[in-house]
Write a protein of this length. Structure first.
Lengths: 657, 81
């Protein structure tokens, strides 16, 4: 049992403490609990609100154990991570106990290399061995030990396996005999820096590497401890070294480490398993291959297109919208309303052209629901099979050419689910440049799951070529804007570090539960918005503004985009939610009001719209209103410009007329 | 220590769905059944918060229990035979 007592001051140990360091959620606290037992003090780290637990290790002569906040790598990117670095730089440490996740060994090793460079006695606990084995991942800890020249102990802390070995290893822990060679220019700078550094708990080489990586904690630490002249000399060395590299020094240093880790991983990780597992392992490797990865992606998209487009938007929508709602529910409900409600206005509000039932509920339940159900099912399968991280790794190559890479890929992939939430997660990006750039690309050209479903449904009704034209144009815009923006706003680029789980057969129960949960969330969010949108359209129609807007939009919609004037109503609906507008277009297509070319033009235009009102609110919240206004000013004209250009191109080629 | 109940489908991090600070600032429905991974930001669903998913989960669990009971009773009959 833990005994948290924040009233007592932090315990100290004159012989030095042991720092427990590792990524979040790798089992540090479990190991801490097993080694310390009841006597634990939890207190805020001085000057912060970050809590740190300290406790005496029972079998290590009551040596103090410090449970530090989870850290991904250095330089730190959050206050919690900064505290971990402060513990390493400021506390009197006897040794470091790194807890790593056996399932995510590559990511673990990036931190291991950085900790080993610090030169303190160190032990690496490769934890969650049971889960790694269950996933068919075998870790050769002897190979790890040889490569890293430090004590490596396999553990399954939740069951107490390996904890006694860990205690034995900590008793004899020695500084790792490990030295990673960096490019000669960096090695030269390290030599220049090291002799200028004051005495520190970590090795001068590690401190110098932190300094070169522009680590904020190390910078503050040094500023407080070296004379002004020396500090300026250190700055000059770093600035002069930067001139030798195109990429930021932190990236060059990290790349060197990643190269080494790749080699260590090859010798230390083996995917086990026979038969089906082996075939899946091969397929898993192929999914990130530059050529085969694209072939597999094409196959995945085709299956998605068939399942969502042909089955969901074709067969299911036909059953629900045409037969159930069109022939049974809506005629019955309209008859009922006609009989019960004597007022024409109220009848129109419920079952008229812009009626809450005939438009709002029918769109939400008969048109969108079958499409998003099939899409969420397909997305759940992709998630549960472990394909999504592979898609991130594969698209990283593509995004690199845009000037974007690393963590920027994650919000873009996430945007395929919900652009609003993806905008929120641009917070994980390190530079302001990347945050703005990714927000813009998300708002401009990443369709969310619901819209993607409707788009696929509409295009599947025409031909696969229509889908290719739509995806080609949207990708071209994404590429062009990303490329241009990256050149207008040059800056630091970061690495993508994502651990690939083994590819596996998805579990039916997982996929089903996730799909149901997503559908419930979608209905709760979309139905009120669809009803609100319908009410707005109804009001505009009744007061005569809708007709004026359609007329005013004619030169743009009919003249430039080559679409029927009524399409303006769908674009107006698209201001509220892109998929609402797209559903209006879907309805027009099913009534035979649009030619194939017009469908493709309309879909491209509405895809390049702002995703929904919620995402605009999120952009204002996350960036500021000026940035949001600038983005909207760019996005709307661009959407119509691209749509119009495509219309004229299709007219020239006589496609889909 | 709180139990880690959600596994991020993108980066594999296991996290407590109660600690998803990013989602709490969402303008749509703070506290809805979607949660964000604290490491990579990936959004996934917390099936425990969804009524539909909870009901389906109970059905699946009861079916699994029935299958286990059935196979045990078959095993017992075989042993007795």
């Amino acid at each position: 049992m833990h005994c948290h007592d924040s009233s007592k001051p932090p315990m100290s140990d004159n012989n030095g403490s042991i720092a427990l360091v590792g990524h979040p959620n790798v089992g540090k606290s479990v190991i801490f609990q097993r080694m310390t037992g009841k006597h634990v003090a939890v207190s805020n780290y001085p000057g912060t609100t970050v809590e740190i637990a300290r406790g005496a290790a029972r079998d290590l002569d009551s040596t103090m154990l410090v449970d530090t906040p989870g850290v991904i790598a250095f330089p730190p990117h959050s206050e919690d991570e900064q505290i971990t670095e402060k513990v390493l730089l400021e506390e009197h440490l006897k040794s470091i106990l790194q807890v790593g996740d056996a399932k995510n060994l590559r990511r673990t090793l990036l931190l291991t290399v950085q900790l080993a460079e610090m030169g303190l006695p160190m032990v690496l606990a490769v934890n969650m061995m049971d889960e790694a084995q269950a996933r068919g991942v075998e870790v050769n800890h002897n190979a790890l030990r040889e490569h890293l020249a430090l004590s490596v102990v396999p553990t399954t802390a939740v069951r107490g396996i390996g904890v006694s070995d860990l205690i034995t290893a900590l008793k004899t822990a020695a500084p790792p005999q490990f030295r990673l060679a960096y490019p000669p220019e960096i090695e030269g700078a390290l030599a220049e820096i090291c002799w200028r550094l004051p005495k520190s708990p970590v090795s001068p080489r590690a401190l110098a590497l932190l300094w070169l990586s522009a680590d904020a904690v190390a910078e503050t630490w040094l500023r407080e401890r070296v004379p002004e002249v020396t500090y300026h000399e250190l700055v000059a060395i770093r600035e002069s070294l930067q001139l030798s590299f195109f990429e930021p020094l932190a990236t060059v240093i990290q790349k060197t480490r990643l190269g080494y880790i790749e080699q260590v991983s090859k010798d230390s990780i083996r995917e086990t398993g026979e038969g089906r597992q082996s075939a899946l392992a091969i397929l898993g490797r192929l999914t990130t291959h530059p050529v085969w990865g694209l072939v597999i992606l094409g196959a995945v998209l085709y299956v998605l297109y068939w399942f969502v487009g042909i089955f969901g938007a074709g067969l299911m929508v036909d059953l629900l919208e045409t037969r159930l709602f069109g022939q049974v529910i809506n005629p019955w409900f309209t008859g009922l309303v006609d009989r019960l409600l004597p007022f024409g206005f109220l009848r129109d509000l419920l079952v008229g052209e812009y009626g809450l039932w005939t438009m709002g509920m029918t769109y939400a339940l008969a048109l969108i629901l079958p499409i998003v159900t099939t899409f969420f099912l397909a997305f759940g399968i992709m998630e549960d099979s472990g394909y999504l991280p592979r898609l991130a790794a594969l698209s990283n190559r593509f995004f690199k050419t845009l000037g974007l890479n690393g963590k920027a890929v994650l919000p873009m992939v996430l945007g395929l689910g919900c652009v609003t939430m993806a905008t929120l997660t641009t917070r994980v990006l390190e530079s302001k440049r990347e945050r703005i750039l990714v927000t813009l690309l998300l708002a401009l050209a990443i369709p969310c799951s619901a819209q993607l479903g409707v788009v696929m449904g509409m295009l599947a009704g025409i031909s696969f070529a229509a889908t290719l034209i739509w995806s080609g144009v949207v990708l071209a815009v994404l590429f062009a804007i990303g490329w241009l923006a990256a050149r207008i706003m040059p800056g630091e680029r970061t690495q993508l570090l994502v651990e690939l789980p083994p590819l596996r057969l998805p579990l039916f129960s997982n996929v089903l539960l996730k799909t149901l949960a997503r559908l419930e969330w979608y209905i709760k969010e979309v139905v009120p918005l669809f009803l609100l949108g319908t009410l707005i359209m109804f009001t505009l129609d009744k007061v005569g503004i809708l007709a004026l807007l359609i007329k005013a939009g004619e030169p743009l919609v009919s003249g430039w985009l080559g679409l029927p004037p009524e399409t303006s109503a769908a674009f107006l609906m698209g201001f509220l939610r892109r998929d609402f507008g797209a559903t209006g277009l879907f309805m027009m297509e099913s009534q035979g009001l649009l030619t194939p070319a017009q469908v493709v033009v309309a879909m491209v235009t509405i895809t390049l719209f702002i995703p929904c009102i919620a995402s605009v609110m999120m952009i204002v919240k996350e960036r500021d209103w000026k940035t949001a206004a600038a983005m909207l000013t760019l996005i709307f004209p661009l959407a119509f410009m691209v749509g119009g250009l495509l219309n004229h191109l299709l007219l020239l080629t006589d496609w889909g007329l | 220590m709180k139990p880690a109940t959600v596994t991020c489908p993108l980066c594999g991090t296991q996290f407590d769905p109660l600690e998803h600070a990013a989602c709490q600032t969402c303008p749509l429905q703070p506290g809805c059944q979607l949660v964000c991974c604290p490491v990579c930001g990936y959004q996934t669903v917390d099936v425990e918060k969804s009524t539909l998913a909870r009901l389906a989960g109970r059905v699946l669990a009861s079916q699994a229990r029935e299958r286990t009971t059935l196979s045990k009773s078959r095993g017992n009959r075989l042993e007795a035979g």
